[in-house]
Design a protein around this ligand. Structure first.
Ligand SMILES: [Zn+2]
Length: 188
């Protein structure tokens, strides 16, 4: 299952380049007639959905972070930071999305899934990704204070844990960073 979803992921990256270089005329026509921008890869499309969750958190007065869990190309969990509204210190976007996905599958293990988070996960969330056996984490901007994936700790790659999560950062990085920065600028 993991290998299958990895294969889908890789081919989704290959397609736009193939169309651009081999069939430019078709690409332009398809691009203009397509309701979804086909020049974007799947990671960027799902990150846009995570950004929409972050925006909803922003509108609710929460720190704007959003997350999406995807399995076999289907969104199975959505989350936005909601610690204030729920009086719950664990209600980070990633945790909320993991809970929804696990409830939907009826399984606490989300084997083969990918999570998209607008910001590098904290120690709590990175730990939860390992517990949930998430296959892949895609995040937008680094959290230079509390990030626990690449900034600090390296939790998703820790060999002393019995599961590792592959990591790809920097997807729609500037959009994700701007979302967070504008929130804090508004509060000054
Ligand atoms: Zn977190």
């Amino acid at each position: 299952m993991v290998f299958f979803t990895e294969f889908i992921h890789r081919t989704s990256h290959v397609r736009p380049a193939f169309l651009t270089h081999i069939m430019p005329a078709i690409t332009i026509r398809d691009y203009l007639s397509s309701p979804k921008p086909i020049m974007e890869n799947a990671d960027e499309q799902f990150m846009h959905e995570a950004l929409a969750e972050a925006e909803a958190a922003h509108d609710a007065g929460e720190v704007p972070v959003g997350a999406i869990v995807v399995l076999a190309g289907e969104v199975i969990g959505r989350g936005r930071n909601a610690v204030i509204a729920t009086s719950d210190p664990t209600a980070h976007a990633e945790i909320v999305a993991l809970r929804e996905a696990a409830a939907k599958l009826g399984n606490y293990r989300l084997t083969g899934s990918t999570i998209y988070s607008t910001i590098e996960p904290c120690a709590m969330c990175a730990g939860a990704l390992v517990h949930a056996r998430v296959a892949r984490l895609v995040y937008g901007a680094k959290d230079t204070k509390a990030g626990a994936v690449e900034t600090h700790f390296g939790i998703c790659a820790a060999e002393f844990l019995n599961h590792q999560v592959s990591v790809e950062g920097g997807i729609l990085e500037s959009d994700c960073r701007r979302m967070l920065q504008s929130f804090f600028l508004e509060r000054r």
